[in-house]
Write a protein that binds this ligand. Structure first.
Ligand SMILES: Nc1ncnc2c1ncn2[C@@H]1O[C@H](COP(=O)(O)OP(=O)(O)OP(=O)(O)O)[C@@H](O)[C@H]1O
Ligand SMILES: [Mg+2]
Length: 250
C-alpha cells in the first residue's frame, strides 16, 4: 500500500518547519512510517547542491543557474528519496517542494511560473504531492518571525507579496490537492487541521498501532555544524526539518 507525499509551503517564517515536525510526530505516534525531508536537500547530491546554493558561491549567481540547480536537487530528491519511500508505504513530509521554486524563482524573480513549474515537472518525472499545505502569512509578520536572517528576508515587500500570491494561485488552481491555512492561527489549531487532512489521505491505522520512529533525510553526520542560514538541524533521528529549503528563496 503506497504511503503519501505531503509538502509544507509558505513564505518566510510561516511555520513550515514547526508544522513539519508536529505532523511527523503525530503520524509516527499513530504508527505510520514517516520520512521528514526538505528542499533543497534530502539526498547526498541534493545537500551538496544546497551547499552551492546557500554558500558564498551563490552570490551573484545567474537566476537560471539557480533555477537549474534547484531543479537538479529536486530531480534527485524525487528519484532517490521521495518515490521509493512512498512506494514502501511511508508518509514523506517535505519542508518546501516545487511550489517554492515557482513562487520564488518563477514569480518573485520573474523567470516565469509556468516555465519553472514545467522544469520541475520534467526533473521529477511529474511527481506532485498528494497534499500541499500552504501556510499563508502576511510577509511583514513572517519576516519578523523568521529567526535567522537570510538574503531573501531582506527583499522588498513586493518580492514577498509576489511569493505569497504565487502560492495562493497554485492552491486555487487545484483546490483538492491543497490546504491553505492562515499562518497566524495558533500552532495547535494548525497542527490539528493539517493532521486531519493528511489522515484523510491514508488508510486507517491499525487500532493496535505502535509508535514508529521518524526518520529524516538529513545526511549531515551527527554533531556536524550546519552552514549558516540553512538551519540544517534535523539529524540524529530528530524530526526537525527547520529552515529547510531556505535557498528556494533565491
Ligand atoms: N502559528 C504560529 N503562531 C505564532 N508563532 C509561530 C507559529 N508557527 C510558528 N511560529 C513561530 O514562528 C517562528 C518561525 O517558525 P518556523 O521556523 O516553523 O517557520 P518556517 O516557515 O520554517 O520559517 P523559515 O522560512 O525561516 O524556514 C518560530 O519562532 C515559531 O515558533
Ligand atoms: Mg523553516
Amino acid at each position: 500500500m503506497p504511503g503519501a507525499f505531503v509538502v509544507l509551503e509558505g513564505g518566510e517564517g510561516a511555520g513550515k518547519s514547526t508544522q513539519c515536525r508536529r505532523l511527523a510526530d503525530a503520524l509516527a505516534a499513530r504508527g505510520h512510517e514517516v520520512v521528514v525531508t526538505r528542499e533543497p536537500g534530502g539526498t547526498p547530491t541534493g545537500e551538496a547542491i544546497r551547499e552551492v546554493l546557500l554558500g558564498s558561491a551563490s552570490q551573484g549567481m545567474a537566476a537560471r543557474t539557480e533555477a537549474l540547480l534547484f531543479a537538479a536537487a529536486r530531480a534527485e530528491h524525487a528519484a532517490a528519496l521521495i518515490r521509493p519511500a512512498v512506494a514502501r508505504g511511508a508518509v514523506v513530509v517535505s519542508d518546501r517542494y516545487l511550489d517554492s521554486s515557482v513562487a520564488y524563482q518563477g514569480a518573485a524573480r520573474g523567470l516565469g511560473e509556468e516555465r519553472i513549474a514545467e522544469l520541475s515537472l520534467w526533473a521529477t518525472e511529474g511527481l506532485v504531492p498528494d497534499l500541499t499545505v500552504v501556510l499563508d502569512i502576511d510577509p511583514s509578520v513572517g519576516v519578523r518571525r523568521a529567526h535567522d536572517a537570510n538574503r531573501m528576508e531582506a527583499e522588498p515587500r513586493a518580492f514577498h507579496e509576489a511569493v505569497r500570491g504565487s502560492f495562493l494561485r497554485r492552491a486555487e488552481a487545484v483546490p483538492d490537492r491543497y490546504l491553505v491555512l492562515p499562518a497566524d492561527h495558533p500552532k495547535d489549531v494548525l497542527a490539528a487541521r493539517i493532521l486531519d487532512a493528511v489522515l484523510a489521505l491514508l488508510p486507517d491505522e491499525p487500532s493496535d498501532a505502535t509508535p514508529a520512529p521518524v526518520s529524516t533525510s538529513q545526511v549531515l553526520p551527527p554533531g556536524a555544524s550546519a552552514p549558516v542560514g540553512t538551519g540544517a538541524d534535523a539529524r540524529g533521528g530528530r524530526t526537525s526539518a527547520d529552515d529547510a529549503a531556505r535557498g528556494e528563496r533565491a
